[in-house]
Design a protein around this ligand. Structure first.
Ligand code: ATP
Length: 233
């Protein structure tokens, strides 16, 4: 569904990503783990069209993404939840959710609204609450739910565990698994490698802008190198 071939990208003249190769299939959770500054966020920004690759190819659903704007990629089913969540703080939960459905018909939006309320019952209970009064965990759920309102086929999540307790992180990752079970593929960026690898079908380790290891979540959590460098074991 998503393929990166020798993708190089950066900011201005500064090259951050070097020859990134990555594959993600239908219905997979693929985790991208690595230390602070390894280039995980830059990878997501490049895939969603906010940054243009300096070289290499990104293919989504069999067609290159080059030349497609971020909003076109959203219509095509590729939706990104940035690390800062970018909620509309002064709007209610339901208003935020409806904003997420800007590409959809009214009927599709109503269907998705029912689905996200089922996935995150707390959002249904608090549908009239102003988003900025939410806790970190609830804001993260709202950001993911708003992305689902666009009807993605691939959801890209940037550090969804930021600011969450370990217990809330598990709740949120459990929701990610249910999203995958509902047929949406997920590219999950996490510094919290242990939890990300526990739910990932496959994972890549990014180091200084290059993918240095690849394997199933289980293989990488068992790898001595990963355990030492990223799991603190
Ligand atoms: P983090 O967990 O800290 O977000 P990361 O793996 O997501 O880490 P990136 O945010 O992709 O890493 O950052 C990779 C490198 O790119 C870092 O050296 C960072 O300083 C640099 N960088 C990030 N954003 C910009 C920007 N807008 N302009 C210039 N350099 C940037």
């Amino acid at each position: 569904m998503l393929a990166l071939d020798k993708v190089c990208a950066g900011y201005g003249r500064m090259r951050i990503l070097h020859d990134i190769d990555l594959r993600l299939g239908e219905g997979e959770i693929v985790a991208l783990v690595g230390a602070n500054g390894a280039g995980k966020t830059t990878t997501l920004r490049t895939v969603c069209g906010m940054l243009r690759p300096l070289s290499g190819t990104i293919t989504f659903d069999g067609a290159p993404t080059a030349g497609r704007r971020p909003d076109q990629l959203v219509r095509d089913g590729l939706v990104h939840v940035p690390e800062d969540r970018a909620l509309f703080g002064t709007l209610t939960v339901e208003e935020n959710l409806r904003m997420g459905a800007w590409t959809r018909s009214a009927a599709q939006a109503e269907k998705s609204l029912r689905e996200v309320y089922e996935l995150f019952p707390v959002l249904a209970e608090r549908r009239t609450q102003i988003a900025q009064t939410f806790s970190g965990g609830q804001q993260q759920m709202l950001a993911i739910a708003r992305a689902l309102m666009a009807g993605p086929r691939l959801l890209m999540l940037d550090e969804p565990s930021t600011g969450l307790s370990p217990k809330l992180t598990w709740t949120m990752l459990e929701a990610v698994r249910r999203i995958r079970d509902g047929g949406v593929a997920v590219l999950l960026v996490e510094q919290n490698a242990k939890q990300a690898l526990a739910i990932a079908d496959r994972a890549y380790v990014l180091e200084s802008g290059s993918t240095v290891l690849e394997g199933t979540g289980e293989e990488l959590s068992g790898s001595a190198e990963v355990r030492k460098a990223y799991l603190g074991l």
